[in-house]
Write a protein that binds this ligand. Sequence first.
Ligand SMILES: NC(=O)c1ccc[n+]([C@@H]2O[C@H](COP(=O)([O-])OP(=O)(O)OC[C@H]3O[C@@H](n4cnc5c(N)ncnc54)[C@H](O)[C@@H]3O)[C@@H](O)[C@H]2O)c1
Length: 243
Amino acid sequence: MTKKLQIALLGYGKMGKIIESVCLERGHEIACIIDNERDWTQKESELKNCDIAIDFSIPEMAFANMKRCFELKIPVVVGTTGWYNQKNEVTELCKKNDAALFHAPNFSLGMNIVFRLNRQLGKMMNGTSYRLSMNEIHHIHKLDAPSGTAIQLANDLVDSVDCLKKWEIDSEAATDTLPIIVSRVGEVNGTHEVIADSEEDIISLKHEAKSRRGFGLGAVLAAEFLYGKKGIYTMDDLLDQHY
Ligand SMILES: NC(=O)c1ccc[n+]([C@@H]2O[C@H](COP(=O)([O-])OP(=O)(O)OC[C@H]3O[C@@H](n4cnc5c(N)ncnc54)[C@H](O)[C@@H]3O)[C@@H](O)[C@H]2O)c1
């Protein structure tokens, strides 16, 4: 049975609230909620008593929040995106403090299974005449395009398919370029599809998020995985346990 964890939520917005409900469903307790800079000074003693922190806050504060957790010796799961250009510095700090960090740009278990299948598909495309392309669809509020998830899928294909040198949005371009068709529609939670097209048939690898809950569940599973460990982990480490 999984140990009942005392959890600190860093960020209590859309994702923080979903994570709270997943934590409670899985028998954990929310021992501290930090949702702004003032909370960091007022709630430090509550935070110190927590087993683990889960950060879904804002990109500008992700680095500072991780640093605080490392210094307080609280293992931290980070879903907040937009800090990856500071990854080397974070790695150094985590090592220096003998701390524990689990981070992922996409915590959905299903999407991470698709990442693995996509890498496998990429390898199998070599020596065939399939032409690869990608579709990415998100809600109209999403500012970045393509999504971080689409970029990871595309980079993995560029790394594993010999004839691909780069990816481009909406490209009808040369055979060395992977085209990504990006659409922003209504309230779509996130759809990613990799298509391999030939004269004979079409292969489609598609992931469609039904809600944001999948990210929350993945983050709580990551917290259960990280508890009691030191070092830096990603969804690949979590999947390795099962596959
Ligand atoms: N990795 C994933 O699977 C995944 C999935 C969904 C969203 N995200 C990312 O998670 C982050 C949060 O997403 P959201 O939709 O919940 O955003 P949101 O805007 O609804 O919530 C962010 C919350 O962070 C709070 N906050 C601001 N400063 C803070 C600080 N210093 N410390 C703690 N909290 C602070 C805000 O008050 C707000 O309530 C974003 O970066 C988003 O891209 C990641």
